[in-house]
Design a protein around this ligand. Structure first.
Ligand SMILES: Cc1cc2nc3c(=O)[nH]c(=O)nc-3n(C[C@H](O)[C@H](O)[C@H](O)COP(=O)(O)OP(=O)(O)OC[C@H]3O[C@@H](n4cnc5c(N)ncnc54)[C@H](O)[C@@H]3O)c2cc1C
Length: 399
């Protein structure tokens, strides 16, 4: 049998390759970057329990390997203008934890090792420029003229997906105003901050901007929510971060900054998750872009990857009761999940960056009432991440 071609060795492409191998299908994974590339920053820190279960189904033991390295915190706190309005500590879970937190580069390291154990064939330095689906297979061309043929292709080549463009599939959605700054900071050995996720509305130390701190193995990520009229050079450069970071996390961290980045809010979903011949399947950021609150990007991308691998196996008759319609079903189901996630991320964004003054007034009132009405504090705690779940979504948990 011809292999399945996976394009892109990000977390989603690696998961797709692993899922295909779990179904016994031969896989060639084409990646533009060199084998020894360095991937930047923490990015998708938060790996949900549903995602861990999917990965463990692809390679038993993988969830334990990832969670043994990641961090699971049991305390979540919310503050409003310097005053705590919510704090909850959960008992440690038994079995697979509800989530684990590690830098995306580490998640990719575990996935890559799992792919190598499973017999995925990697082709590095393979920048793809074109894909053609036909009734019987796919043909992919690289920028150096190399050609690969396969039964199916999975497009996991990220937000600027060449495969999606080559198929002429549009992204539909919107771009929000303003930007956030994201900073990775290394722990001070022996003086680690408490293992807790803290969201601080209108932090007085950064001029009333909201800020979140999330731990990961070896350090923590700080996310600063800037105003629409803020300039990136005032908040988003390493020099600027050195100025404001102490008022958020205390002294001693300015020299421990690992990575600084800014991001804007795209909410976009591909018009179709497959081509007319049902031979190319779009997954991850090649198919959808969400703001990071709610941790929907990588988690739902891995759910896409598992579904794509299953659909190809079903269409090839490699799973019981598989049908030729499996790819069309994949495309419809995962697009529906992406639209749900997009709407959920939009709700989170409306809370975090309200367009209406009344939302801020409600937040202020909830903070004032939280000592006597605990549900007000609970609303402030939960609203920044949007609604939970949605059956086949594999995203929407809380930091
Ligand atoms: C600041 C920030 C915070 C985030 N936080 C979270 C979070 O907490 N939780 C979460 O779930 N998500 C989060 N995300 C999103 C997450 O990082 C992405 O969803 C994830 O990286 C997408 O994975 P992917 O595999 O689809 O694409 P990518 O990681 O972009 O991988 C695409 C791969 O394809 C390769 N490629 C590209 N073009 C070609 C080509 N033409 N030929 C061959 N190879 C190619 C690239 O080199 C790359 O290796 C965050 C993102 C950002 C920026």
């Amino acid at each position: 049998m011809n292999p399945v071609l996976v394009v892109g060795a990000g977390p989603v492409g690696l998961s797709a390759a692993l899922g295909l191998r779990a179904h016994g299908l031969p896989v060639v994974l084409l990646e533009a970057d060199p084998k020894d590339r360095e991937r930047p920053g923490s990015r998708a820190l938060f790996v949900h329990r549903e995602t861990l279960r999917l990965l463990d189904g692809m390679q038993p033991g993988l969830a334990e390997e990832i969670t043994a390295y990641g961090r699971t915190w049991h305390t979540r706190r919310t503050l409003y203008r310097g005053r705590e309005v919510y704090s909850r500590t959960y008992p440690p879970p038994s079995g697979i934890p509800p989530f684990t937190s590690l830098r995306q580069v580490d998640t990719e390291r575990f996935l890559r090792a799992a792919c190598e154990r499973a017999g995925v064939e990697f082709v590095w330095d393979a920048r793809v420029t074109d894909v053609r689906g036909t009734a019987t297979g796919v043909r992919i061309t690289g920028e150096d003229g190399r050609v690969w043929t396969g039964e199916y292709a999975i497009a996991a080549d990220g937000a600027r997906s060449t495969l999606r463009r080559s198929l002429g599939i549009a992204m539909e959605g919107s771009r929000g105003e303003g930007f956030h700054v994201v900073v990775d900071v290394a722990d001070i050995p022996g003086a680690e901050l408490p293992l807790e996720r803290v969201f601080h509305y209108e932090h007085p130390g950064v001029g009333g901007r909201s800020v979140m701190r999330v731990p990961f193995t070896g350090g923590f990520q700080v996310d600063l929510q800037c105003r629409d009229d803020d300039r990136e050079e005032e908040y988003g450069t390493e020099e600027a971060v050195r100025r404001w970071l102490p008022s958020v996390v205390g002294d001693g961290y300015a020299e421990r900054i690992l990575w600084v980045s800014t991001y804007r809010f795209l909410r976009k979903v591909a018009a179709s998750f497959t081509d007319p011949h049902r031979r190319v399947l779009l997954v991850g950021e090649a198919a959808h872009l969400f703001p990071p609150f709610g941790a929907r990007g990588m988690n739902s991308g891995i759910a896409d990857a598992a579904a794509a691998a299953h659909a190809i196996a079903a269409a090839e008759g490699a799973v019981a009761a598989g049908t030729a319609e499996a790819v069309a079903e994949f495309a419809a189901a995962r697009r529906e999940a992406a639209l749900f996630n997009s709407a959920a991320a939009g709700e989170a964004l409306d809370h975090l960056r309200p367009r209406r003054r009344s939302v801020r007034v409600r937040q202020r009132a909830a903070a004032a009432l939280s000592p006597v009405l605990p549900w007000c504090g609970s609303w402030l705690e939960h609203a920044p991440y949007g609604p939970r779940g949605g059956a086949p979504v594999a995203a929407g948990g809380k930091y």
